[in-house]
Write a protein that binds this ligand. Structure first.
Ligand SMILES: Nc1ncnc2c1ncn2[C@@H]1O[C@H](COP(=O)(O)OP(=O)(O)OP(=O)(O)O)[C@@H](O)[C@H]1O
Length: 276
């Protein structure tokens, strides 16, 4: 079932900067983890702002659960959780606990339910030690986790994350990937994630879109997308290094497939070595 659809979207910012999101239709199926890969300024944040109903299109289609987000903002927003690229813009509570509880309190969720959820999510994201802290003084990575935790308290059907892995150290990044995968598996939460961290993509994405200067040029699973090395380069993106390596080996007559994770690459190489 299609829950998000964006096609031929034209946006004009107040300073007259025009962004045309065209090419392939951007579609999110219920329960899927969709990654949008694109270089700086390619239009990722503009896309998300339209899905969230924060901007109005001049032309084109933007639908979330069959509704137009900018027209039916409240109706659409109750299904969405969001972590903005600049989390300082969304962290507003005087303490981490209050910040996480903010939307749930506004939605009149019972106090004890909020308390249980806040503590449970904080524990899973390993920020339970921070609950009494003032968010303003946290590190960038800690703030990302707090924003994600806050977005999760109301149990959104679709979670939108703009560059969620920025500012995270490797351990926190992989913990975040693990948490998002678990969330998707256990709660069926659909994910829309923008990133330019290519190495994370195969570990999180069911579907990958590549956006090149506003044009959706590629759609597929990680293997399909990372095989299109020339199109990725055109979009100012790099395929994972070993992906490039396996492509070069293929050109020399060693077709070992298109592994997109270190584990897959290791398995393929071992197969080859053990065959000799
Ligand atoms: N508020 C704004 N006013 C004017 N132009 C804007 C505004 N926000 C974005 N743009 C322009 O729209 C285009 C797309 O920007 P957008 O922020 O959507 O890209 P992005 O892919 O999210 O980039 P990044 O990875 O750097 O965050 C860029 O040319 C950018 O300069």
């Amino acid at each position: 079932m299609e829950i998000v659809k964006v096609c031929c979207l034209k946006h004009i910012y107040p300073d007259k900067t025009e962004v045309n999101l065209c090419g392939l239709d951007f579609v999110v199926e219920k329960g899927k983890k969709v990654v949008v890969l694109g270089a700086n300024g390619s239009g990722k944040t503009t896309l998300l702002a339209h899905v969230l109903g924060l901007l109005s299109p001049v032309e084109g289609i933007v639908e979330v659960m069959g509704k137009q987000p900018h027209k039916e903002f409240n109706e659409v927003r109750k299904h969405l959780g969001v972590v903005f690229q600049n989390v300082d813009e969304q962290i507003i509570g005087p303490t981490v606990y209050d910040d996480m509880a903010f939307t749930a309190r506004n939605d009149k969720m019972p106090k004890n339910e909020i308390d249980t959820k806040v503590k449970e999510i904080a524990k899973t994201l390993r920020i339970d030690e921070l609950l009494d802290k003032i968010p303003h003084y946290l590190s960038g990575g800690q703030k990302k986790k707090v924003a994600l935790a806050g977005a999760m308290v109301t149990n959104p059907e679709i979670l939108i994350l703009d560059e969620p892995f920025d500012a995270l150290d490797p351990k926190s990044k992989w913990e975040m990937v693990e948490y998002l995968n678990l969330l998707n598996k256990e709660k069926g939460t659909s994910l829309i994630i923008t990133t330019h961290d290519i190495n994370v993509v195969p570990h999180i994405a069911d579907v990958v879109y590549v956006i090149d200067k506003g044009v959706f040029t590629l759609k597929g699973c990680s293997e399909e997308v990372f095989n299109e090395i020339d199109l990725l380069k055109e979009a100012n993106l790099e395929a994972p290094l070993f992906n490039e390596l396996f492509n070069r080996l293929k050109k020399r007559g060693y077709d070992l497939g298109c592994p997109v994770t270190v584990e897959d690459a290791e398995a393929q190489l071992l197969k080859l070595l053990e065959g000799h």
